[in-house]
Design a protein around this ligand. Structure first.
Ligand SMILES: [Zn+2]
Ligand SMILES: [Zn+2]
Length: 320
């Protein structure tokens, strides 16, 4: 669960302005001693014979990219941790088939069959594009604007990709995305102490009180105005996410205040309230980079029922 949250966060991370090499993920190119196996660029949506993957999960992600890119109605027909097969959902004479399985010799998963020509006519839908996939695709849209409607998502899908989605799928996807964002919020909140320690190691300039709860925090020669009373920072992250940004935490550290006192208890409210200012926000390094401190995790503040959409009705076949 936590891993998934960290994964989601990765998409949301705005790096600090200076690059830190240590934070760069290792190069994932696969260079074999004898032979260089074919990899695909993430998001390229390409699948070729003998292409290799580190896991079936990675293969499945590429299949989703492939469906989004080509607008093909395909579905998984064999599962397991060792193999996966994709066929056409439209059927008829269509012989489309992609098969990927574990290759002992190289310790990787390899595409063994790739009949990627369809005999069918596209119907616009794709069985591999489920609400969970849509939730991931629209996570940032919803983060920026929690009131982003299912209908807007449906329109955006048609605009951005070569497939269509049903309204119900979009509604489920929206609910899932809101839940993921709330979980991220809770996770960030729970780990505020780790965040503080991370901050101690950063080169954030000390603050100067400019009067009445207002401070200036220097970062790479830029001054960020923090207002502890109005709960705002020039970077806007505090008001957007409800969690104090690094500039605010710098003030809290200096003043030896408790960060808990500066957290807004509801992400949804916090971000809808400032939607009108919805400019890009800058965040700290992702939670994945925070080193675990000795401090206990913090329980999220009590909140009323989530302001997200109502639980969707019965799941419908093929949409879940
Ligand atoms: Zn087909
Ligand atoms: Zn800030």
């Amino acid at each position: 669960m936590e891993d998934r949250v960290e994964e989601n966060l990765a998409g949301f991370v705005d790096e600090e302005e200076h690059d830190n090499d240590e934070d760069t993920p290792p190069n994932s190119d696969c260079e074999d001693v004898e032979r260089r196996y074919m990899r695909c660029k993430k998001g390229s949506g390409e699948i070729k014979l003998e292409q290799v993957f580190d896991s079936i999960g990675e293969f499945k992600e590429v299949v989703v990219d492939y469906a989004l890119k080509n607008g093909e109605n395909i579905k998984f027909t064999r599962w397991g941790s060792e193999k996966s097969e994709v066929r056409c959902s439209i059927g008829g004479n269509c012989k489309f088939k992609i098969y990927c399985s574990y290759e002992d010799k190289i310790g990787k998963y390899m595409v063994k069959t790739c009949n990627d020509v369809h005999a069918c006519t596209k119907d616009g839908f794709s069985k591999v594009i489920k609400s969970g996939v849509l939730a991931q695709l629209f996570l940032n849209d919803i983060r920026k604007d929690p009131t982003f409607k299912a209908k807007a998502m449906q329109d955006a899908i048609e605009e951005r990709y070569t497939i269509v989605a049903t309204y119900d799928q979009c509604r489920t996807a929206r609910a899932k995305a809101l839940k993921m964002i709330q979980e991220e919020y809770d996770e960030q909140f729970a780990r505020l102490h780790d965040y503080m320690e991370h901050l101690l190691e950063s080169n954030l300039g000390l603050t100067a009180e400019v009067g009445n709860g207002q401070y200036e925090v220097l970062e790479n020669k830029h001054g960020f105005k923090v207002d502890m009373n109005a709960k705002t920072c020039a970077c806007r992250r505090w008001s957007m996410t409800g969690i104090p940004c690094r500039h605010v935490l710098r003030v809290i550290l200096t003043k030896k205040h408790n960060p808990k006192d500066y957290v807004n208890c509801d992400w949804y409210l916090a971000s809808t309230n400032v939607k009108i200012y919805s400019e890009s926000i800058s965040a700290v390094n992702g939670i994945g980079f925070w080193i675990r401190s000795q401090e206990p995790r913090i329980q999220p503040p009590p909140r009323e029922v989530t302001k997200g959409p109502k639980k969707t009705e019965k799941k419908k076949e093929g949409q879940e």
